[in-house]
Design a protein around this ligand. Structure first.
Ligand code: PEP
Length: 244
């Protein structure tokens, strides 16, 4: 199980220090992997603060080239150098607000893999696609065009756009159906089983329900990961689920 905490453009230096101080008091399980994705400027700080813990740090995005004239961008090589284990790619906010295409995301994922970083590639349908019963097709297209064909480790996060930050989540059958579909589509060209995380309004109230879906391999948490108490409550729920 992996818990990925996407902080997006939130938490400043002092807040990160306080979060880490509290987090370090936690008893961590060997069976749960945790990775926090702060704003890139704080990756180094967070990595140092969490140095003696099993919590990984990750990047919220990376460019597909290693260096060059790409003002404002960050390379996978630099993320690795700063201690990142994972990078989130193709988040719907980046697809929508920064026009990232499937082929662009694929190139960035390849660069992450080439630099020994595990990409967490996000896919997920809009509300209209869900309503028009086009969700499975839409996500299939995203997978076929944004996931690189590789033997190296990668994860997919299923994040329905209509669920992100809204408090609404798909029902258990919908999550199960989509996760099964994602695994099948990925298997068709990767020829192995991959881990699929669920993301979208995961919180302390619905985490048990999300985990009870048999094929959820972890969660990608946005808003609820910003408060350390909520984040640790989610962590505890995952540990309990594994031990049950
Ligand atoms: C996200 O944006 O990756 C996310 C899961 O956000 P939230 O949990 O706030 O819906």
């Amino acid at each position: 199980m992996l818990i990925a905490a996407n902080w997006k453009m939130n938490l400043n230096k002092n807040e990160i220090k306080l979060f880490s101080k509290f987090l370090k008091k936690n008893n961590f399980s060997n069976h749960v992997k945790t990775c926090i994705f702060p704003q890139s400027i704080y990756i180094d700080l967070l990595a140092k603060l969490l140095n003696n813990t099993p919590v990984y740090v990750g990047g919220q995005n990376c460019h597909h080239d290693i260096s060059g004239p790409f003002t404002g961008e960050i390379s996978a090589f630099s993320l690795k150098e700063m201690g990142c284990e994972y990078v989130i790619l193709g988040h719907s906010e980046r697809r929508q607000l920064f026009n990232e295409s499937n082929s662009y995301i694929k190139k960035c994922s390849e660069s992450a893999i080439n630099n020994s970083i595990i990409p967490i590639i996000c896919v997920g349908e809009s509300y209209d696609d869900r309503k028009n019963k086009n969700a499975l097709n839409f996500v299939k297209e995203q997978i076929l065009n944004s996931i690189p064909s590789t033997e190296k480790n990668l994860c997919i996060a299923y994040e329905p756009i209509w669920s992100i930050g809204t408090g609404e989540i798909p029902d258990k059958d919908e999550i199960f159906e989509m996760h099964e579909h994602i695994k099948e589509v990925a298997y068709s060209f990767l020829k192995r089983n991959i881990k699929v995380l669920y993301g979208g309004s995961v919180n302390i109230h619905n985490i048990k329900e999300v985990l009870s879906v048999g094929n959820v391999d972890g969660v990608l948490v946005g808003g609820a990961s910003l408060k350390v108490k909520d984040f640790l409550a989610i962590y505890e729920a995952v540990v309990k689920h594994i031990n049950s």
